[in-house]
Design a protein around this ligand. Structure first.
Ligand code: F6P
Length: 353
């Protein structure tokens, strides 16, 4: 009798809510439908290199019959988002062989998927990727695990900050994550009622921003404002001579300083850097659902002999796309002329230019 397939799974890159839910989905489907053995590899390629594997069983983490994986943030496998993996490519390939794995599922962002795919091609592994990222910058998929929860977390923060900003007549500058992409800032900014959203993809002018704040005050008698700043924005050109401070400080602080210096009336500003709070928390229903669908689809792709594909969500379906194409088009930027930017502007939000 043929030995059961030995399937490995690892999580790579920055953590996000929904990773444990995807591990749960993979373990359940691979075990219950196909009778495979599933092994978790701790700390991504580091665990591979060190030849560490953890057998994963259905319900193995249950507490009094409750499966915590569905609702737990982070990843029980641990993860890494730094290091020069490709420098030890031969050692990792040797370790993979020693672990006698038949196939691997890697849950990661665009960087991790590209590296794992390189390893898989060199080692001739059967490899399927699942996209996760709060930055939402993996190309060719409309959903990535973690983005929905992070958007909800920021939206909730904006709601809270609105009340304190309004009570003190303050301009509240809120810096959010996203690396070089503005998806998180744009979507949570619209959902959270921001007055200004600055993203890397759309150049902004401090003069125009301040004019917008003045109009809010003078025309609409709004004495406070919420300014959402993506961490990846580039310094504005029109204030270079006004701001001595190096823009190497956080972008939120930089924008707050620009607002203070460029306004013709005194503005009380405060800066909130939401930081890693955006990556924590209980996964939203949508992220759990995406995790369930993606985990199942990845296992089916392996059962059907596919490799070097990424599971993606397109037009209401889970589909498989070649990783090569994903890498060519990632990181995915916000479309400056797209519906979301236009919608924000239609709602009176300043989004640059
Ligand atoms: O890519 C996810 C992300 O959270 C980015 O939005 C952010 O810039 C970065 O990771 C932070 O990384 P670290 O956990 O290393 O501080």
């Amino acid at each position: 009798m043929k030995a059961p397939t030995r399937l490995g799974i690892l999580t790579s890159g920055g953590d996000c809510p929904g990773l444990n839910a995807v591990i749960r989905s993979v373990v359940s489907h691979a075990t219950l439908t196909y009778g495979w053995q599933v092994f978790g590899i701790p700390y991504a390629t580091q665990g591979l290199l060190e030849r560490q594997i953890i057998p994963l069983h259905v319900h193995s983490f249950d507490l009094r019959g409750i499966d915590p994986l569905l609702s737990m943030g982070g990843t029980i496998l641990g993860t890494i988002n730094k290091g020069n993996t490709l420098a030890c490519i031969d050692d990792i390939i040797a370790s993979y062989q020693a672990l006698a794995l038949d196939a691997l599922i890697g849950v990661g962002g665009d960087g991790s998927i590209a590296i794992l795919s390189q390893l898989a091609l060199h080692g001739n592994w059967q490899f399927i990727a699942i996209p996760k990222t709060i930055d939402h910058d993996v190309a060719l998929t409309e959903r990535s695990i973690g983005f929905d929860t992070a958007t909800n977390t920021i939206t909730d923060a904006l709601n809270r900050l609105t009340f304190t900003a309004a009570s003190h007549d303050r301009v509240m500058v809120v810096e959010v994550m996203g690396r070089e992409a503005g998806h998180l800032a744009l979507q949570s900014g619209i959902a959270g009622g921001a007055d200004v959203i600055l993203i890397p993809e759309v150049p902004y002018s401090i003069t125009a921003l301040c004019r917008h704040l003045a109009e809010l005050r003078d025309r609409w008698q709004r004495r406070f404002a919420i300014v959402v700043v993506a961490e990846g924005i580039h310094p504005a050109m029109d204030v270079a001579e006004l701001i001595n401070q190096s823009p190497s400080c956080g972008r939120g602080q930089y924008i707050a300083d620009c607002i203070i210096q460029c306004n013709t009336y005194p503005v009380d500003t405060r800066v909130s850097v939401l930081g890693h709070i955006q990556r924590g928390g209980i996964p939203s229903a949508l992220d759990r659902l995406t995790a369930a669908v993606f985990g199942k689809a990845a296992v089916d792709l392996i059962a059907n002999g596919k490799s070097n594909q990424m599971v993606a969500w397109q037009n209401g379906h889970a589909v498989a796309v070649p990783i090569e194409q994903v890498c060519d088009r990632s990181p995915l930027a916000v479309d400056p002329g797209g519906d979301l930017v236009q919608t924000a502007r239609a709602l009176g939000i300043y989004v640059g230019e």
